[in-house]
Design a protein around this ligand. Structure first.
Ligand SMILES: [Zn+2]
Length: 127
C-alpha cells in the first residue's frame, strides 16, 4: 500500500496582518482591562485618548491604574473588544490601504489621521 504523503503547501501570506492585542478583561463591580496600555501602544495612540473614547462610548467614568484601565460598571469582554475595534477603525486604520501606520493630529474641532504608508488622510470626531 502506498501511503501518499500529502504535501501541504504552507500558507505563507506576506500580508502580515496587524492584530489588535486581545483585551484581557475582568468583570466584577467594576471592569478592568488589564493590558490597556499595551493595546494603546500597539495602536500607537495615547492611552488617554483611547480611554476617553471608551468612557464616552460606554457612558461610564473610569480611571487608569498602572497598565490597567478601570471602568465604573460591569462590562463583558465582547462589547469592550468591539469598542476597541471601532476606535481602531475610526482613529487608526487607513481607510485607503487598511494599514495601521497612521499619525493622528488634532486640527480645530476635528482630528486628522494621516497614513504613513500611502499618504491618505481622513478625519474623525474630536473626543
Ligand atoms: Zn494608507
Amino acid at each position: 500500500m502506498l501511503k501518499r504523503a500529502r504535501e501541504r503547501i504552507p500558507k505563507t501570506e506576506n500580508k502580515e496582518r496587524f492584530e489588535i492585542p486581545i483585551a484581557e478583561v475582568t468583570t466584577g463591580k467594576q471592569t478592568s482591562i488589564k493590558n490597556f496600555t499595551e493595546i494603546a501602544k500597539a495602536l500607537r495612540r495615547d492611552s488617554k485618548h483611547l480611554s476617553k473614547f471608551l468612557f464616552k462610548e460606554l457612558a461610564v467614568p473610569g480611571s487608569s491604574r498602572g497598565t490597567e484601565l478601570l471602568l465604573q460598571g460591569k462590562f463583558y469582554p465582547g462589547p469592550i473588544k468591539q469598542k476597541i475595534e471601532e476606535y481602531a477603525k475610526e482613529y487608526v486604520f487607513c481607510q485607503e490601504c487598511g494599514k495601521p501606520d497612521t499619525n493622528m493630529t488634532e486640527e480645530g474641532k476635528i482630528v486628522v489621521i494621516k497614513c504613513e504608508a500611502c499618504g491618505a488622510r481622513k478625519t474623525g470626531r474630536k473626543l
